[in-house]
Every structure is written in structure tokens, then in C-alpha cells.
Design a protein around this ligand. Structure first.
Ligand SMILES: Nc1ncnc2c1ncn2[C@@H]1O[C@H](COP(=O)(O)OP(=O)(O)O)[C@@H](O)[C@H]1O
Ligand SMILES: [Mg+2]
Length: 241
């Protein structure tokens, strides 16, 4: 087995005196989709923020592509090749689709052969038609696609997505799920945080379940999908549709 692309070890982190992550271990191998699932407030977003560097860990380590990125700023971690599509999407409403994507192209790896803004926009069926429309005029699903496009234009080695299907209508949820699967087929490595357990188990190869800042269960998506006791105990769902 080759070394993981991302390796998180005994990561402890939080906000001020509040400890949220109690020692997280997780690996993401090149080419995989790894999902991080768990109830609200267990520390999923905090895990992604600590990996990126917007939250600084108290202890533990984050190794990416052979480099220790534990204490790097978010900007430096992005330059190392990690991109985060945040929970709130953070689209610039007054800028057009192309202008939003152009901002993403300013960050990320310096040495990377980045795609052009139009190349990335063209890959998204529902952005192509709106390339000169303002962010504010897009639907929720389109804004999510734009947030993903803005991350991809930096040519990241690892794409982290924080609840990309949150608040979207069921048909749009499926569009996002298909997009993640497509990006992975084309070579993207993905760390996905999801509340939608069905989407996570469908698209991921491997799953970590978080509860109260710890990994309480891990396994292949197929093994978790069959484990009714784990689904019920940690996620409050008995079956996955
Ligand atoms: N900026 C913050 N300042 C203080 N506490 C926070 C902040 N963000 C999140 N928390 C707290 O950290 C815990 C974990 O939050 P979070 O990582 O967002 O959980 P999840 O993404 O799993 O829903 C929660 O108790 C939340 O209230
Ligand atoms: Mg969250």
C-alpha cells in the first residue's frame, strides 16, 4: 500500500478553551472518496477547518503529500494542494460566475498547471449557461456547483467538501452526488463531509463516523451501509435509502 495522500493523527482542536476534536485519526488515499459523517455538532466542519488551517490544532499532526502541514496557514495549505468548499458556499453574490471562478484561480498550488476559468465553467452543465450571470441570481444548486468550480480551478490534489447537498431539493442533491462521482472518476481525491448518509455511502469508498469529536467507527461504505446497529446508534437512521 502506498502512503496516504492525507494523514491525520491524534488531532486535537477547538475554539478557545472549548476542545472539539478529541484526537482524530484518518487517512485519505490518492484517488479515493472518503466520507466523514455524524450528527450535527460532532466536529466534522472543525476537522476540515483544522486540516486546512483556519483552526489551529492544540496537538496532533496533519501530513499531506509527504509534507507536515499541521501548523500552516490556510493560504499555505491551499498552496500545498488542499481546497475546501465551505459549508456556507461563500459565493460572491455581486460577481459573475466567471469572476467568482477567477478568484479561485488566484489561490492553490503555485506550480500547478491550472485549468482556465472557461475550461472549468464548461465542465458544469448548469454553470455554462450562466457564465456572465451574477452569483446572486443562481439557484442553491447552481451556487453549490459554482463553489465547487471555484475550488477546482486551483487544481487541488485534495478536494474537501463540507455538506455540499445541504438545503438542496432531492433532484439537485442527486446532481451534486453525480458530480462528485464524476470528478472522482476523472481523478479527483475527495474528503466529503455529509449529513445525507445515503449520498455519503453511495459516493464514498471509505467512511469515518464521528461522535463527540472522536472517530467511533470506520470501514468501507459497503460495510457501514449494512451495519444497522452503527447507523442507528451514531446517525439515528436505521436504513439508508
Ligand atoms: N467558531 C466557533 N466558535 C466556537 N465554537 C464553535 C465554532 N464553530 C463550531 N463550534 C462548536 O464546535 C462543535 C463542533 O462544531 P462543528 O465542527 O461545526 O460540527 P459539525 O460540522 O459536525 O456539525 C459544536 O459544539 C459547535 O457549537
Ligand atoms: Mg458542519
Amino acid at each position: 500500500m502506498t502512503d496516504p495522500l492525507l494523514s491525520v493523527r491524534d488531532l486535537v482542536s477547538g475554539y478557545g478553551a472549548t476542545r472539539v476534536l478529541q484526537g482524530i485519526d484518518l487517512d485519505v488515499h490518492q484517488g479515493a472518496v472518503v466520507a466523514l459523517i455524524g450528527r450535527n455538532g460532532v466536529g466534522k466542519t472543525t476537522t476540515l477547518r483544522t486540516i486546512l488551517g483556519t483552526v489551529t490544532p492544540t496537538s496532533g499532526s496533519v501530513t499531506f503529500d509527504g509534507q507536515d502541514v499541521t501548523t500552516l496557514s490556510a493560504e499555505r495549505t491551499a498552496q500545498a494542494g488542499i481546497a475546501l468548499v465551505p459549508e456556507e458556499r461563500r459565493i460572491f453574490p455581486g460577481l459573475t460566475v466567471r469572476e467568482n471562478v477567477r478568484i479561485g484561480r488566484l489561490g492553490g498550488r503555485r506550480d500547478a498547471d491550472k485549468p482556465t476559468v472557461d475550461d472549468v465553467v464548461d465542465e458544469f452543465e448548469n454553470l455554462r449557461r450562466h457564465r456572465d450571470s451574477r452569483g446572486s441570481s443562481l439557484s442553491g444548486g447552481e451556487q453549490q456547483m459554482l463553489a465547487i468550480a471555484r475550488a477546482l480551478v486551483a487544481a487541488p490534489e485534495l478536494l474537501m467538501l463540507d455538506e455540499p447537498t445541504e438545503g438542496l431539493a432531492p433532484t439537485i442533491v442527486q446532481q451534486v452526488r453525480r458530480k462528485i462521482a464524476e470528478l472522482n472518476r476523472e481523478g479527483s481525491t475527495v474528503l466529503l463531509v455529509e449529513q445525507n448518509v445515503g449520498v455519503a455511502l453511495d459516493v464514498a469508498d471509505y467512511v469515518y463516523i464521528l461522535a463527540k469529536g472522536r472517530v467511533v467507527h470506520e470501514g468501507t461504505a459497503a460495510s457501514v451501509a449494512e451495519n444497522d446497529a452503527v447507523l442507528d446508534r451514531y446517525l439515528g437512521v436505521s436504513t439508508v435509502e
